[in-house]
Write a protein that binds this ligand. Sequence first.
Ligand code: FES
Length: 169
Amino acid sequence: MAAVTNTIFSPATAARFDRLVTLYPLKRSALVPMLLYAQDEIGYVSEAAIQEIATRLDLFDLDVRSVLSYYSMLRTKPAGKYNVQVCTNISCMLRGGYEILDHCKRKLGIGHKQVTPDGQFSLEEVECIGACCWAPAMQVNYDFHEELTPEKVDGILAEYAAGRGKDVK
Ligand code: FES
């Protein structure tokens, strides 16, 4: 592994990265997990994160950027405090996914991949999030919300806005 003497990450994340590169026969196999952990810590994958991860994996920055641009769940700009991801894939689409997405756009006043001016919410249209049986569904950060209606969405967003997002079921 190329030496990283001045990490931008917390000691816990840096230690996790040190271990990750030992788990795979090819170091670059740790790339996607590292990008996800970096995003969890920083909120997005910054330029500094790209450079450090490339160094850790003996890759060019361009190799990291290529993978980064491929995966829609990875972002290079900060998201809102609550990142609202509305699924419009087939099951959700058939059960009103686009109405839910349009409702979120109107309610939050932002479009796909945009952030509210106060930084509280961001919105994304996404592919299947694995909650098809309970369509239409959305994910806010790591919390799932299912069998949505516009009224239910209003309640969920209000709970997050009030700082009670974890309590929403
Ligand atoms: S299609 Fe929406 S969760 Fe699978």
